[in-house]
Write a protein that binds this ligand. Structure first.
Ligand SMILES: Nc1ncnc2c1ncn2[C@@H]1O[C@H](COP(=O)(O)OP(=O)(O)OP(=O)(O)O)[C@@H](O)[C@H]1O
Ligand SMILES: [Mg+2]
Length: 364
């Protein structure tokens, strides 16, 4: 699929702006603080239903206004689709697909899958496990609604279980009541882990291949799930159920649940070295990119539609040959890329836009 046009109304620093995009690479070039990241954010919002940067929706509305709107027109294989998001400083946001309001955000997820990369995303490797889980959660949700709903359910159960751990006075009373939660937690959590393992199994090989390609065979990328490892759902469930039981004393002392998918992590290695701790900035950045590129393939395989790639200022830390290899690895996907400078010789098909003080103009 590809985005044909994006219309903005009072979104962030924008007033009214409409942009027609091309199917291949779309480069958005401009100085700092002109609206490049804001433009990508508006597209991400139409895909995921929230901003990658903030949970405060008021921040997305132009400071001088009280409401904002973003509309994208997407060309899918067999039909065209419109996604609109209306934000208001007073009411809850409304999302419409082909003019029809949706009832829950789950109905939007997966309609227009995007793979997003911004400088912050490097946190996926550098920061803590929470960032890595966020990456899994957002990206798997887009491919698999069951995963999305399992996450919502698990979050709720976890809060309830933690409340129980905190508030129950005696350990004996806790033992009498907790099983109801452990059973439900194990049911839901096992699905989450099962889908995560499945996802990592799918991206492992393509990510390694892409990474070898971009680094001219210098770097071998390895990705592994740190948590329960089993391909059998019932086995995962059984193990989880047992670990909720075996850690109950510790959980009671601490007042929260210490095992489960909300504590798992992803191990990322290059040539055998754990780059979460020992990777250079460029290495960490490129490993993240390779994982994102691998996802493009998986998305396409699963849905039959190509996702859209949103890249915020990615080339700044890659050396020339890595940038070149990277751009050639993504050439079959619609890509919207921002940059402050751009020197690579453009392909015939590439489009270039200038972004200046919230005005977007096509240059090529
Ligand atoms: N709600 C808002 N209303 C008005 N302006 C806003 C709002 N939110 C952010 N801005 C402004 O939008 C401007 C552009 O931000 P943006 O992050 O898109 O810049 P950029 O072009 O990506 O710059 P850089 O190259 O530095 O990343 C910023 O100066 C910011 O203060
Ligand atoms: Mg920016």
């Amino acid at each position: 699929m590809f985005i044909k046009s994006v219309s903005l109304h009072n979104f962030r620093n924008y007033g009214d702006e409409e942009v027609s995009l091309s199917e291949g690479l779309n480069v958005f070039r401009g100085n700092n603080a002109q609206g490049k990241t804001n433009f990508l954010e508006s597209i991400y919002l139409c895909s995921i239903g929230k901003s990658p940067k903030t949970s405060k929706e008021r921040d997305l509305i132009n400071w001088k206004e009280n409401s904002a709107k973003v509309k994208v027109v997407v060309q899918k294989k067999y039909y065209e689709q419109t996604i609109e998001i209306m934000l208001s400083s007073k009411d809850k946001k409304t999302v419409k697909i082909n003019l029809i309001p949706i009832r829950r955000i789950g109905d939007l997820i997966g309609e227009m899958p995007v793979v997003y990369f911004a400088p912050d995303e490097i946190g996926l490797i550098k920061d803590g496990p929470a960032e890595r889980r966020r990456f899994l959660d957002i990206d798997i949700s887009q491919m698999n609604k069951n995963y999305f709903y399992a996450l919502l359910k698990y979050d709720k159960l976890l809060i309830e279980r933690n409340n129980l751990l905190k508030k129950t006075k005696s350990f004996e009373t806790l033992l009498d009541t907790i099983d109801l939660w452990d059973t439900q937690m194990a049911d839901t959590a096992s699905k989450i882990i099962f889908y995560r393992l499945d996802f990592l199994n799918k991206i492992r090989k393509p990510a390694m291949d892409v990474h070898l390609l971009i680094t001219n065979n210098m770097e071998n990328l390895e990705i592994n799930y740190q948590g329960i490892k089993s391909n059998v759902l019932s086995e995962i469930r059984e193990k989880l159920y047992k670990s909720y039981k075996s850690t109950i004393e510790r959980d009671f002392d601490l007042g929260y649940t210490t095992v489960g998918p909300h504590r798992d992590d992803v191990e990322i290695k290059i040539n055998g070295v754990d780059i979460r701790n020992f990777g250079s900035q460029g290495q960490q950045r490129l490993a993240t990119l390779s994982m994102k590129v691998a996802e493009l393939e998986i998305f396409t395989e699963l849905s039959g539609e190509k996702p859209i790639l949103l890249l915020d200022d990615v080339l700044s830390e890659l050396d020339n040959y890595r940038s070149k290899n990277f751009l050639s690895a993504i050439k079959n996907y619609q890509t919207i890329l921002t940059t402050t400078k751009y020197t690579r010789k453009l392909d015939e098909k590439d489009s270039v836009f200038s972004v200046k003080n919230a005005k977007i103009e096509r240059v090529k």
